[in-house]
Unconditional design. Structure first.
Length: 366
């Protein structure tokens, strides 16, 4: 069986260092906001070339706390994409804000900047561009709209740690960048974890208060906050992997290049890599009108595949009949939901495995 991601393969390569890091935490018994959290925050900030990074419990909380730290509240409108994991819009709804869905560019699967201006109203306060599948959004026109309308920009980098847009690392272009260390991510822990990066000192201070029950000083609480602290064990694991993140991302890019050479099926559209961008291939996602046929052929051959995402957010029950949202026609998002298919992608996948997957794609019949 070729899985979508092989966590064990990577663990065995890093076993000695990861085991030592975990045992060191257990030996020191400082489990909450310990030295590994502080060191990881400093290392992630340094990697991105910004002064601040704040560890939180997961990627969803990274988005939620970033919105709160930047002043988003009930009744505000937050523009984002409907073609992403629900957390991106869910966090706006949890604050009583209104997600406003803008359609995607069908080539990149990311928020289409050309459609952004028309969605802005007097209630708009923020934009959340998602660097989906590891492909950076076209940030210049997004930032231009944000500047002209006084909007906050919170980058969702959960699938794109280390990706670059015109030489700059994603997460550093807006007011805050949010990432997830979920086990399958490019930079991952062995549970849940997340982080917010920012160049702004006030945002950093607000995040640190919000993640710790609204407290900067023990037993003194200035606001209602959350129990959202990055776990010390998970921070220790991420630190081991952070030292290799560029090599891990290069492994994904190598795999993507091999797929491009090997897949030759007519009608299959391979992932687009925008000029001036460094895609880090969290997923290798095709477009095809034969999704069911290809998935069945892959399953018969013992090869995993997945659909990210089969139901766009504006079609989800919670937004159709429950939480408020706003959107116009979203044909590109709906078309992508019908046609996307993701293939196994992880840094350690072999050339032989990619050739086997490609042979199945190329030869699939009814």
């Amino acid at each position: 069986m070729i899985p979508m991601v092989d966590l064990r393969r990577q663990y065995l390569q890093l076993k000695e260092e990861i085991d030592a890091a975990v045992l060191d935490v257990l030996d020191k018994t400082q489990f909450i906001l310990g030295p590994n959290v502080s060191e990881l925050e400093a290392e992630v900030a340094r990697y991105h070339g910004v002064p601040h990074a704040v560890g939180v419990a997961n990627g969803t909380d990274a988005l939620l706390l970033a919105l709160r730290a930047l002043g988003i509240e009930a009744g505000d409108e937050v523009i984002t994409t409907p073609f992403t994991f629900i957390a991106t819009a869910e966090v706006a709804g949890l604050l009583g804000a209104v997600p406003v869905f803008v359609d995607i560019d069908p080539k990149t699967f990311n928020l289409d900047p050309a459609r952004l201006e028309a969605a802005v109203t007097e209630k708009t306060r923020a934009i959340i561009p998602v660097h989906l599948f590891g492909q950076p959004c076209d940030m210049d026109p997004i930032l231009d709209v944000a500047r002209r309308h006084g909007l906050k920009v919170i980058e969702d980098c959960a699938q794109a740690f280390g990706a670059r847009y015109k030489g700059r690392i994603v997460g550093t272009l807006g007011h805050a960048g949010c990432t997830s260390f979920f086990p399958s991510k490019n930079l991952a822990c062995y549970g849940d974890g997340g982080m917010v990066i920012t160049a702004d000192e006030e945002t950093d201070a607000a995040l640190r208060v919000l993640r710790n029950h609204g407290s900067a000083v023990r037993y003194t609480h200035s606001t209602l906050g959350y129990n959202s602290r990055l776990d010390e064990l998970q921070a220790a694991i991420v630190r081991v992997k952070l030292r290799r993140i560029d090599a891990l991302n290069e492994g994904r890019r190598r795999a993507a290049a091999l797929y491009r050479k090997s897949i030759r099926r007519t009608g299959v559209v391979l992932p687009y890599e925008a000029e001036g961008c460094r895609h880090v291939y969290h997923q290798f996602t095709l477009l095809t009108d034969e999704r069911e046929r290809l998935q069945e052929a892959l399953t018969r051959a013992g090869i995993a595949s997945a659909v990210y995402y089969p139901v766009p957010l504006h079609r989800q029950e919670v937004f159709r009949s429950g939480a408020a949202c706003r959107h116009g026609d979203l044909p590109a998002s709906e078309d992508a939901a019908r046609r996307v298919l993701s293939l196994p992608m992880f840094p350690e996948i072999t050339e032989e495995e990619i050739q086997r997957i490609s042979d199945v794609i190329n030869g699939a019949t009814a």
